[in-house]
Design a binder for this molecule. Sequence first.
Ligand SMILES: [Fe+2]
Length: 229
Amino acid sequence: MVENEMNKIEIKQFRSGEGCLSYIVYSPETKEAAAIDITRGIGEDVTAFLAEQKLSLIYIFETHTHADHFSFARELQEKTGAKIYMYEKAGSRAKDMALKGGEELPLGNTAIKILHTPGHAPDAITLFVDGSVFTGDTILIGGTGRTDLAGGNSLELYTSIRKILEICPDETTIYPGHDYKGRVSSVIEEEKKNNPRLPLSEDEFVRLMDAYRPPLPKLFDEAIKENTR
Ligand SMILES: [Fe+2]
């Protein structure tokens, strides 16, 4: 468990599959909670955690339409009555609330701020709350999301990353949507120093990402089908 220095929120991270990271962000005071990118693999752990902590889930966020795992958002929506918040152009018919970017949604004594950050996916959003940023697959630890699948765009990803770096002070903690090396989080300052993609110029970044074609995720077709139904 990571306690935010301002003690307004706490963050519980769950890890599943080959490095998918899911989060419950909550106010210990008011017991309001938000779920971010909950995967089916740890869905039951998340519902058990919400019950143990006596949390009331009010937001279910998907940072984008995932192409590599099955989302547990729909099941959480049914179990808790919380609403699913996604970018307005996200394909899922389970979405209750369409985000445009720029929203500030109250959570306990603070707020979750939403930014539309396309590039890895056209419907990608980034969430900012009290000194932490949940980047989905926009900024990963030591890398970024790929741009060759499902409407990705390298120039848009470059622009989205620049926006996040402009908004976040150096000490901001980054919680990404994936990490394959067992790391929990990073810090903006560390990524500026060590993430090889962040210092690249726009041209260099676009050239590198346009040429980057890793193998398709194992579940690609099934995940897109399931996560957009
Ligand atoms: Fe992704």
